[in-house]
Design a protein around this ligand. Sequence first.
Ligand SMILES: *Cc1c(COP(=O)(O)O)cnc(C)c1O
Length: 415
Amino acid sequence: MTIAFRSTRGEAPELSFSRAALRGLAPDGGLYVPTRFPDAEAIQAGSLAEVAERLLAPFFAGDELEPELGAICRDALDFPVPLRSLDAHTRLLELFHGPTAAFKDVGARFLAACFARLDRPLTILVATSGDTGGAIASAFHGRDGIEVGILFPEEGVSARQRAQLTCWDGNVHAFAVRGVFDDCQRMVKAAFADEAWRAAKNLTSANSINIGRLLPQAAYYAHAALAHGRRPSFVIPSGNVGNACAALWARAMGLPIERIVMTANANRPVPDFLADGDWQPRPSVATLANAMDVGNPSNMERVRDLYPEIAALREVVEASSTDDATIRRRIVEARERWGVVLCPHTATAADWRLDRPDGEAVLVATAHPAKFESVVEPLIGESLPVPPQLAELLGRPDRSTTIDAELAALQRALG
Ligand SMILES: *Cc1c(COP(=O)(O)O)cnc(C)c1O
């Protein structure tokens, strides 16, 4: 029986993987989830691309991309995801060896490799306040028949983030919007609401709720669980909770995973929900771990779809929250204890572990610390070498166009 993708809200037709990825959000406003999880207990260890191909094959059975799955995995997942020992029972899963030095490269590259093999021409529009836009730009750059528009707030991103958004030529266009992130999001929404332009451009989104970004992330959990061998818990710095949801899906497929720990910064809707059973989205607050500044994590809809009963959820999932002062302290402590330099996001996972040293744990390192040098370097008192792939991007010229915060300006600029 093939596996389709259904909406969490149950009011939209089921689609194949490819169609659900092209669609983005389901028409009833829900998120796509698999209709069932295949049993992957017997899956063989191998390279990340090999494990991904084995794990994802049942989801591609009958899909138009089925014959391409191996090529997609090799194309997208061509960088290492090392599992480094911190102590006898603690490891670090480094997901930051891709082109933009954060785990979002995995999902973005997989989605780009899929779209490059589907109906084109396509136009991808994304609003970004940081990491996502760089990963999307890098993943789609040079893909035939796909134009990409990245909208970011002119004043709202760090110098290194800006460089990763604006260094592209050819099919990737970066727009510095005279406004804030919410203006960028409003413009993208308005573009999708303009039916004529949407159809003419074949507009598609690539935001973090896209199933084509989420599902492949289950592959590195499978890869790491198999490599680790002793049924670890994964400790995952979480914002929109997509990364942790992918880990829950890997576990649902029978991989040897004990528990999932979602570590938050000072934005605490998830830990509060697990503590008192009351789901209370709220406005986000700014923290040092800014890619996790999410007050209403959209992927909780998928997590709650998997575990509708809070008691069942609590058996598998744990959550914690770490404030900025503790993030700083744990970066220093991780350096002293384990000899590693962590980014502020990963420091929230270290915070959980340093208080609970029992059992096997894999801490998930979501970004390279050199992306957050202004926070990390003063704490450790030395400068961090920039990974070569990142240094290469940072050395390129800024090719962005500055536009007013209105749809017409975007439409003129994109032609
Ligand atoms: C996006 C991001 C996160 C949060 O991941 P979610 O899937 O949104 O929970 C954590 N760390 C870094 C570095 C990120 O870029």
